[in-house]
Design a protein around this ligand. Structure first.
Ligand SMILES: *Cc1c(COP(=O)(O)O)cnc(C)c1O
Length: 440
Protein backbone atom coordinates (compact mmCIF):
# COMPACT_ATOMS: atom_id res chain seq x y z
CA UNK A 1 0.00 0.00 0.00
CA UNK A 2 1.46 3.37 -0.92
CA UNK A 3 1.17 5.98 1.75
CA UNK A 4 -1.00 9.00 1.19
CA UNK A 5 0.55 12.36 0.47
CA UNK A 6 -1.41 14.41 2.95
CA UNK A 7 1.11 15.29 5.60
CA UNK A 8 -0.28 15.76 9.05
CA UNK A 9 2.21 16.59 11.75
CA UNK A 10 -0.63 16.66 14.24
CA UNK A 11 0.44 17.82 17.65
CA UNK A 12 4.11 18.22 16.73
CA UNK A 13 5.21 21.85 16.91
CA UNK A 14 7.82 21.79 14.19
CA UNK A 15 10.66 24.29 14.05
CA UNK A 16 11.01 26.28 10.83
CA UNK A 17 13.74 24.11 9.33
CA UNK A 18 11.79 20.93 10.00
CA UNK A 19 8.72 22.44 8.37
CA UNK A 20 10.90 23.30 5.38
CA UNK A 21 12.22 19.74 5.23
CA UNK A 22 8.75 18.22 5.30
CA UNK A 23 7.67 20.64 2.59
CA UNK A 24 10.72 19.82 0.45
CA UNK A 25 10.12 16.10 0.79
CA UNK A 26 6.40 16.49 0.25
CA UNK A 27 7.21 17.80 -3.21
CA UNK A 28 9.80 15.23 -4.27
CA UNK A 29 9.41 12.24 -1.95
CA UNK A 30 5.95 12.21 -0.39
CA UNK A 31 6.34 8.69 0.98
CA UNK A 32 9.31 9.65 3.12
CA UNK A 33 7.66 12.98 3.98
CA UNK A 34 4.72 11.12 5.43
CA UNK A 35 6.96 8.78 7.44
CA UNK A 36 8.83 11.73 8.96
CA UNK A 37 5.65 13.63 9.72
CA UNK A 38 4.10 10.58 11.35
CA UNK A 39 7.20 10.04 13.47
CA UNK A 40 7.24 13.68 14.62
CA UNK A 41 3.60 13.23 15.56
CA UNK A 42 4.26 9.93 17.35
CA UNK A 43 7.04 11.42 19.44
CA UNK A 44 4.95 14.48 20.27
CA UNK A 45 1.89 12.51 21.31
CA UNK A 46 3.41 9.70 23.39
CA UNK A 47 5.15 9.57 26.77
CA UNK A 48 8.68 8.33 26.08
CA UNK A 49 10.01 6.42 29.07
CA UNK A 50 12.73 4.41 27.34
CA UNK A 51 15.69 5.21 29.57
CA UNK A 52 18.21 5.33 26.72
CA UNK A 53 16.26 7.78 24.58
CA UNK A 54 15.84 11.51 24.46
CA UNK A 55 14.57 14.37 22.27
CA UNK A 56 17.42 16.44 20.78
CA UNK A 57 17.25 20.17 20.19
CA UNK A 58 16.57 21.47 16.68
CA UNK A 59 20.18 22.75 16.61
CA UNK A 60 21.58 19.26 17.24
CA UNK A 61 19.11 17.71 14.82
CA UNK A 62 19.81 20.05 11.94
CA UNK A 63 23.59 19.97 12.42
CA UNK A 64 23.24 16.25 11.59
CA UNK A 65 21.40 17.06 8.38
CA UNK A 66 24.04 19.41 7.00
CA UNK A 67 26.80 19.66 4.35
CA UNK A 68 29.14 18.07 6.87
CA UNK A 69 27.88 14.68 5.69
CA UNK A 70 29.51 15.10 2.27
CA UNK A 71 33.17 14.68 3.11
CA UNK A 72 35.66 11.91 3.74
CA UNK A 73 37.85 13.03 6.63
CA UNK A 74 39.77 9.86 7.48
CA UNK A 75 42.45 10.66 10.04
CA UNK A 76 42.37 13.28 12.77
CA UNK A 77 42.40 17.12 12.79
CA UNK A 78 45.54 18.31 10.98
CA UNK A 79 46.37 14.76 9.82
CA UNK A 80 43.83 13.81 7.17
CA UNK A 81 44.14 11.53 4.18
CA UNK A 82 42.04 13.78 1.93
CA UNK A 83 42.23 17.43 0.90
CA UNK A 84 39.55 19.97 1.69
CA UNK A 85 39.21 19.12 5.37
CA UNK A 86 39.79 22.60 6.78
CA UNK A 87 36.27 23.02 8.17
CA UNK A 88 36.13 19.40 9.32
CA UNK A 89 39.30 19.93 11.34
CA UNK A 90 37.65 22.94 12.98
CA UNK A 91 34.45 21.04 13.78
CA UNK A 92 36.22 17.98 15.17
CA UNK A 93 38.69 20.03 17.25
CA UNK A 94 35.77 22.00 18.67
CA UNK A 95 33.97 18.77 19.58
CA UNK A 96 37.15 17.45 21.25
CA UNK A 97 37.75 20.68 23.19
CA UNK A 98 34.17 20.85 24.37
CA UNK A 99 34.09 17.15 25.34
CA UNK A 100 37.24 17.47 27.46
CA UNK A 101 35.90 20.62 29.10
CA UNK A 102 32.55 18.97 29.77
CA UNK A 103 34.03 15.87 31.40
CA UNK A 104 37.07 17.62 32.85
CA UNK A 105 39.66 15.37 31.24
CA UNK A 106 42.58 15.70 28.82
CA UNK A 107 41.86 13.57 25.76
CA UNK A 108 38.76 12.76 23.74
CA UNK A 109 38.08 10.67 20.66
CA UNK A 110 34.80 11.92 19.18
CA UNK A 111 34.80 9.66 16.11
CA UNK A 112 33.21 6.45 17.34
CA UNK A 113 29.96 5.81 15.53
CA UNK A 114 28.23 4.44 18.62
CA UNK A 115 28.72 3.26 22.17
CA UNK A 116 29.30 -0.29 20.94
CA UNK A 117 32.04 0.94 18.60
CA UNK A 118 33.64 2.89 21.44
CA UNK A 119 33.89 -0.27 23.52
CA UNK A 120 35.15 -2.32 20.59
CA UNK A 121 37.90 0.24 19.96
CA UNK A 122 38.96 0.15 23.63
CA UNK A 123 39.16 -3.65 23.52
CA UNK A 124 41.14 -3.50 20.29
CA UNK A 125 43.52 -0.93 21.82
CA UNK A 126 44.19 -2.89 25.01
CA UNK A 127 43.48 -6.57 24.56
CA UNK A 128 44.40 -9.68 22.65
CA UNK A 129 41.85 -12.36 21.74
CA UNK A 130 41.13 -14.56 24.75
CA UNK A 131 41.96 -11.88 27.35
CA UNK A 132 39.77 -11.59 30.41
CA UNK A 133 37.37 -8.72 31.05
CA UNK A 134 35.10 -8.33 34.06
CA UNK A 135 31.60 -6.90 33.90
CA UNK A 136 27.94 -7.35 34.83
CA UNK A 137 26.04 -9.90 32.75
CA UNK A 138 23.43 -8.59 30.29
CA UNK A 139 20.49 -10.10 32.18
CA UNK A 140 21.52 -8.24 35.36
CA UNK A 141 21.70 -4.87 33.61
CA UNK A 142 25.00 -5.06 31.74
CA UNK A 143 25.42 -4.39 28.02
CA UNK A 144 25.83 -6.71 25.02
CA UNK A 145 29.30 -5.30 24.43
CA UNK A 146 30.39 -6.28 27.94
CA UNK A 147 30.97 -9.90 26.97
CA UNK A 148 27.64 -11.29 25.81
CA UNK A 149 28.13 -14.53 23.84
CA UNK A 150 26.26 -13.05 20.85
CA UNK A 151 28.66 -10.08 20.70
CA UNK A 152 32.23 -10.01 19.41
CA UNK A 153 33.19 -9.07 22.98
CA UNK A 154 31.95 -12.43 24.26
CA UNK A 155 33.20 -14.45 21.30
CA UNK A 156 36.74 -13.10 21.20
CA UNK A 157 37.31 -12.24 24.86
CA UNK A 158 36.83 -14.10 28.10
CA UNK A 159 34.17 -12.38 30.19
CA UNK A 160 33.86 -12.95 33.93
CA UNK A 161 30.66 -11.49 35.36
CA UNK A 162 30.38 -10.04 38.84
CA UNK A 163 27.06 -10.26 40.68
CA UNK A 164 24.55 -7.90 42.20
CA UNK A 165 23.29 -8.43 45.73
CA UNK A 166 20.46 -10.88 45.16
CA UNK A 167 19.46 -11.30 48.81
CA UNK A 168 16.19 -9.43 49.21
CA UNK A 169 16.45 -9.24 52.97
CA UNK A 170 19.47 -6.94 52.65
CA UNK A 171 19.19 -3.14 52.48
CA UNK A 172 21.51 -3.12 49.50
CA UNK A 173 19.45 -5.64 47.52
CA UNK A 174 19.95 -5.03 43.79
CA UNK A 175 23.18 -3.04 44.29
CA UNK A 176 26.56 -4.05 42.88
CA UNK A 177 28.23 -6.58 45.17
CA UNK A 178 31.57 -4.79 45.51
CA UNK A 179 33.07 -7.42 47.80
CA UNK A 180 32.31 -10.05 45.18
CA UNK A 181 33.89 -7.82 42.50
CA UNK A 182 37.07 -7.70 44.55
CA UNK A 183 37.13 -11.43 45.17
CA UNK A 184 36.52 -12.29 41.51
CA UNK A 185 39.10 -9.75 40.34
CA UNK A 186 41.77 -11.27 42.55
CA UNK A 187 40.82 -14.73 41.34
CA UNK A 188 40.66 -13.96 37.59
CA UNK A 189 43.02 -10.96 37.16
CA UNK A 190 41.11 -9.29 34.31
CA UNK A 191 42.96 -6.97 31.93
CA UNK A 192 39.92 -4.69 31.87
CA UNK A 193 37.52 -4.08 34.74
CA UNK A 194 34.30 -2.61 33.39
CA UNK A 195 31.80 -0.57 35.33
CA UNK A 196 28.79 1.27 33.89
CA UNK A 197 25.55 -0.41 32.86
CA UNK A 198 22.37 -0.27 30.80
CA UNK A 199 19.87 -0.98 33.55
CA UNK A 200 21.35 -0.04 36.91
CA UNK A 201 19.57 2.56 38.99
CA UNK A 202 22.13 3.26 41.70
CA UNK A 203 25.24 5.43 42.01
CA UNK A 204 28.41 3.71 40.81
CA UNK A 205 31.28 3.78 43.28
CA UNK A 206 34.10 4.55 40.85
CA UNK A 207 36.64 4.97 43.67
CA UNK A 208 36.01 1.44 44.93
CA UNK A 209 36.28 0.06 41.39
CA UNK A 210 39.63 1.82 40.94
CA UNK A 211 40.90 0.37 44.20
CA UNK A 212 40.01 -3.09 42.95
CA UNK A 213 41.50 -2.45 39.50
CA UNK A 214 44.76 -1.33 41.12
CA UNK A 215 44.94 -4.47 43.27
CA UNK A 216 45.13 -6.64 40.15
CA UNK A 217 46.71 -4.26 37.62
CA UNK A 218 43.52 -3.97 35.54
CA UNK A 219 42.56 -0.99 33.40
CA UNK A 220 39.36 0.51 34.77
CA UNK A 221 36.92 1.33 31.96
CA UNK A 222 33.76 3.20 32.96
CA UNK A 223 31.06 2.84 30.30
CA UNK A 224 28.82 5.76 31.24
CA UNK A 225 26.62 5.42 28.13
CA UNK A 226 23.47 5.89 30.19
CA UNK A 227 24.53 8.40 32.81
CA UNK A 228 26.90 10.62 30.77
CA UNK A 229 24.58 13.63 30.93
CA UNK A 230 24.21 13.20 34.68
CA UNK A 231 27.99 12.92 35.14
CA UNK A 232 28.64 15.97 32.97
CA UNK A 233 26.17 18.00 35.00
CA UNK A 234 27.14 16.81 38.46
CA UNK A 235 23.95 14.80 39.02
CA UNK A 236 26.04 11.62 39.32
CA UNK A 237 29.67 11.48 40.52
CA UNK A 238 32.24 11.83 37.73
CA UNK A 239 34.06 8.69 36.55
CA UNK A 240 37.24 10.82 36.65
CA UNK A 241 39.81 10.82 38.19
CA UNK A 242 39.25 7.15 39.03
CA UNK A 243 38.72 5.65 35.58
CA UNK A 244 41.62 5.08 33.21
CA UNK A 245 39.22 5.21 30.27
CA UNK A 246 35.63 6.39 29.93
CA UNK A 247 33.39 5.30 27.07
CA UNK A 248 29.93 6.63 26.41
CA UNK A 249 27.18 7.21 23.92
CA UNK A 250 26.25 10.80 23.12
CA UNK A 251 22.53 10.27 22.57
CA UNK A 252 21.14 9.10 25.91
CA UNK A 253 21.11 11.49 28.90
CA UNK A 254 23.74 13.58 27.10
CA UNK A 255 21.04 14.48 24.54
CA UNK A 256 23.24 14.66 21.47
CA UNK A 257 23.24 12.88 18.12
CA UNK A 258 23.49 9.06 18.06
CA UNK A 259 27.17 8.36 18.55
CA UNK A 260 30.03 7.40 20.83
CA UNK A 261 32.83 9.10 22.72
CA UNK A 262 36.02 7.88 24.43
CA UNK A 263 37.78 9.90 27.13
CA UNK A 264 41.00 9.55 29.09
CA UNK A 265 43.66 11.51 30.98
CA UNK A 266 46.48 9.23 29.88
CA UNK A 267 48.45 10.28 26.80
CA UNK A 268 49.62 6.77 25.92
CA UNK A 269 46.12 5.36 26.23
CA UNK A 270 44.78 8.26 24.15
CA UNK A 271 47.21 7.45 21.33
CA UNK A 272 46.34 3.76 21.41
CA UNK A 273 42.63 4.57 21.41
CA UNK A 274 42.90 6.92 18.43
CA UNK A 275 44.68 4.21 16.44
CA UNK A 276 42.15 1.61 17.50
CA UNK A 277 39.24 3.80 16.34
CA UNK A 278 40.84 4.72 13.03
CA UNK A 279 42.20 2.77 11.23
CA UNK A 280 41.63 -0.03 13.76
CA UNK A 281 37.88 -0.47 13.74
CA UNK A 282 36.33 2.33 11.65
CA UNK A 283 36.69 4.06 8.32
CA UNK A 284 35.66 7.61 7.53
CA UNK A 285 34.26 9.54 10.48
CA UNK A 286 30.65 10.72 10.42
CA UNK A 287 31.55 14.41 10.31
CA UNK A 288 27.94 15.59 10.35
CA UNK A 289 27.44 13.63 13.58
CA UNK A 290 30.71 14.94 15.04
CA UNK A 291 29.52 18.47 14.23
CA UNK A 292 26.25 17.75 16.00
CA UNK A 293 28.23 16.35 18.96
CA UNK A 294 30.01 19.71 19.20
CA UNK A 295 26.62 21.44 19.29
CA UNK A 296 25.30 19.04 21.95
CA UNK A 297 28.43 19.42 24.12
CA UNK A 298 28.03 23.21 24.02
CA UNK A 299 24.41 22.78 25.13
CA UNK A 300 25.53 20.49 27.95
CA UNK A 301 28.09 23.08 29.09
CA UNK A 302 25.34 25.63 29.70
CA UNK A 303 23.97 26.15 33.23
CA UNK A 304 20.49 25.08 32.01
CA UNK A 305 21.82 21.58 31.44
CA UNK A 306 22.68 21.25 35.15
CA UNK A 307 19.08 22.15 35.93
CA UNK A 308 17.92 19.61 33.35
CA UNK A 309 20.06 16.80 34.80
CA UNK A 310 18.95 17.53 38.36
CA UNK A 311 15.34 17.45 37.17
CA UNK A 312 15.90 14.09 35.43
CA UNK A 313 16.90 12.61 38.79
CA UNK A 314 14.08 14.32 40.70
CA UNK A 315 11.60 13.11 38.10
CA UNK A 316 12.83 9.52 38.22
CA UNK A 317 12.52 9.60 42.00
CA UNK A 318 8.96 10.98 41.82
CA UNK A 319 7.98 8.21 39.40
CA UNK A 320 9.69 5.54 41.52
CA UNK A 321 8.01 6.74 44.73
CA UNK A 322 4.60 6.83 43.05
CA UNK A 323 4.95 3.30 41.72
CA UNK A 324 6.16 1.92 45.04
CA UNK A 325 3.34 3.71 46.88
CA UNK A 326 0.93 1.96 44.51
CA UNK A 327 2.40 -1.37 45.60
CA UNK A 328 4.82 -2.02 42.74
CA UNK A 329 8.30 -3.42 43.20
CA UNK A 330 11.46 -1.79 41.93
CA UNK A 331 14.82 -3.50 41.84
CA UNK A 332 16.95 -2.02 44.67
CA UNK A 333 13.76 -0.36 45.96
CA UNK A 334 14.24 2.89 44.10
CA UNK A 335 16.66 4.95 42.05
CA UNK A 336 19.54 7.42 42.33
CA UNK A 337 19.66 8.24 38.63
CA UNK A 338 17.41 8.51 35.58
CA UNK A 339 16.02 4.97 35.46
CA UNK A 340 14.36 2.21 37.40
CA UNK A 341 13.59 -1.45 36.84
CA UNK A 342 10.09 -2.59 37.70
CA UNK A 343 10.09 -6.20 38.89
CA UNK A 344 6.68 -7.55 37.86
CA UNK A 345 7.12 -10.96 39.47
CA UNK A 346 5.87 -9.78 42.83
CA UNK A 347 2.98 -7.81 41.36
CA UNK A 348 1.57 -10.54 39.15
CA UNK A 349 3.37 -13.83 38.62
CA UNK A 350 1.71 -14.31 35.21
CA UNK A 351 2.54 -10.88 33.82
CA UNK A 352 5.62 -10.69 31.56
CA UNK A 353 7.54 -7.54 30.73
CA UNK A 354 6.62 -8.12 27.11
CA UNK A 355 2.89 -8.04 27.84
CA UNK A 356 3.17 -5.03 30.15
CA UNK A 357 5.09 -3.08 27.47
CA UNK A 358 2.40 -3.87 24.89
CA UNK A 359 -0.45 -2.66 27.12
CA UNK A 360 1.45 0.52 27.98
CA UNK A 361 2.27 1.12 24.32
CA UNK A 362 -1.45 0.89 23.56
CA UNK A 363 -1.96 3.63 26.14
CA UNK A 364 0.71 5.85 24.53
CA UNK A 365 3.37 5.12 27.16
CA UNK A 366 6.57 3.79 25.62
CA UNK A 367 8.75 1.52 27.78
CA UNK A 368 10.94 -1.50 27.15
CA UNK A 369 10.73 -4.99 28.56
CA UNK A 370 13.83 -5.83 30.57
CA UNK A 371 15.17 -8.80 32.48
CA UNK A 372 15.55 -8.24 36.23
CA UNK A 373 18.10 -9.79 38.62
CA UNK A 374 17.92 -13.59 38.48
CA UNK A 375 15.21 -13.49 35.82
CA UNK A 376 13.98 -16.95 34.89
CA UNK A 377 12.27 -15.61 31.74
CA UNK A 378 14.03 -15.09 28.40
CA UNK A 379 15.07 -11.65 27.14
CA UNK A 380 12.11 -11.86 24.73
CA UNK A 381 9.58 -12.29 27.56
CA UNK A 382 11.31 -10.91 30.70
CA UNK A 383 9.85 -10.29 34.15
CA UNK A 384 10.40 -6.57 34.21
CA UNK A 385 10.17 -3.25 32.46
CA UNK A 386 12.70 -0.43 32.45
CA UNK A 387 11.48 3.14 32.90
CA UNK A 388 13.47 6.35 32.51
CA UNK A 389 12.93 10.08 32.82
CA UNK A 390 15.40 11.78 30.38
CA UNK A 391 13.04 12.26 27.42
CA UNK A 392 9.98 13.47 29.34
CA UNK A 393 12.20 15.81 31.38
CA UNK A 394 13.41 17.36 28.12
CA UNK A 395 9.85 18.27 27.20
CA UNK A 396 9.27 19.86 30.60
CA UNK A 397 7.67 17.22 32.79
CA UNK A 398 8.21 17.87 36.50
CA UNK A 399 7.44 15.81 39.62
CA UNK A 400 3.71 16.44 39.29
CA UNK A 401 3.51 15.02 35.78
CA UNK A 402 5.71 12.08 36.85
CA UNK A 403 3.23 11.23 39.59
CA UNK A 404 0.47 11.25 36.96
CA UNK A 405 2.57 9.00 34.72
CA UNK A 406 3.07 6.61 37.64
CA UNK A 407 -0.69 6.52 38.20
CA UNK A 408 -1.27 5.82 34.48
CA UNK A 409 1.14 2.87 34.58
CA UNK A 410 -0.52 1.53 37.71
CA UNK A 411 -4.00 1.79 36.16
CA UNK A 412 -2.95 0.03 32.95
CA UNK A 413 -1.17 -2.84 34.70
CA UNK A 414 -3.87 -3.30 37.32
CA UNK A 415 -6.54 -3.40 34.57
CA UNK A 416 -4.76 -6.44 33.07
CA UNK A 417 -5.06 -4.89 29.64
CA UNK A 418 -8.72 -3.84 29.86
CA UNK A 419 -9.46 -1.93 26.66
CA UNK A 420 -11.69 0.71 28.24
CA UNK A 421 -9.04 1.54 30.83
CA UNK A 422 -6.29 1.65 28.22
CA UNK A 423 -8.21 3.98 25.96
CA UNK A 424 -9.15 6.26 28.88
CA UNK A 425 -5.49 6.47 29.92
CA UNK A 426 -4.47 7.05 26.29
CA UNK A 427 -6.76 10.07 26.09
CA UNK A 428 -5.16 11.54 29.21
CA UNK A 429 -1.68 10.80 27.85
CA UNK A 430 -2.49 12.76 24.69
CA UNK A 431 -3.75 15.66 26.79
CA UNK A 432 -0.57 15.90 28.87
CA UNK A 433 1.61 15.55 25.78
CA UNK A 434 -0.20 18.42 24.09
CA UNK A 435 0.78 20.66 27.01
CA UNK A 436 4.47 19.76 26.72
CA UNK A 437 5.69 20.11 23.13
CA UNK A 438 8.98 18.63 21.94
CA UNK A 439 11.97 20.99 21.64
CA UNK A 440 11.25 23.34 18.72
C1 LIG B 1 23.59 1.97 25.09
C2 LIG B 1 24.82 1.37 25.63
C3 LIG B 1 25.93 1.07 24.82
C4 LIG B 1 25.89 1.04 23.31
O1 LIG B 1 25.53 2.11 22.65
P1 LIG B 1 25.10 2.02 21.10
O2 LIG B 1 25.24 3.44 20.69
O3 LIG B 1 23.73 1.47 21.07
O4 LIG B 1 26.07 1.15 20.41
C5 LIG B 1 27.09 0.63 25.41
N1 LIG B 1 27.17 0.47 26.75
C6 LIG B 1 26.12 0.70 27.55
C7 LIG B 1 26.28 0.50 29.02
C8 LIG B 1 24.91 1.15 27.02
O5 LIG B 1 23.87 1.34 27.81
Amino acid sequence: MTTQTSINTGSANLDVLSEGLIELLRRNDPEVASILADEADRQASTIELIASENHVSPAVMHAMGSWMTNKYAEGYPGKRYYSGCINYDRAEQLAIDRATELFDCKYANVQTHSGANANLAVYFALLDPGDTIMSVVLSDGGHLTHGSPVSISGKWLKPIHYPLIYDESRDDYGYIDYDAVEKLAIEHEPKILLCGYSAYSRVINFARFREIADMVGATLVADIAHIAGLCAAGAHPSPFPYSHIVTTTTHKTLRGPRGGLILTNDEELAKAINKAVFPGTQGGPLMHIITAKAVAFAEALKPEFKTYAAQIVANAKALADTLMNCGHHLLSNGTDNHLMLMDLRKFDTELTGKQAAIWLDDAGIIVNKNTVANDERSPFQTSGIRLGSPAVTTRGFKENEMRQVGAFIDRVLRSKGDEAVISAVHAEVREICAQFPLPH
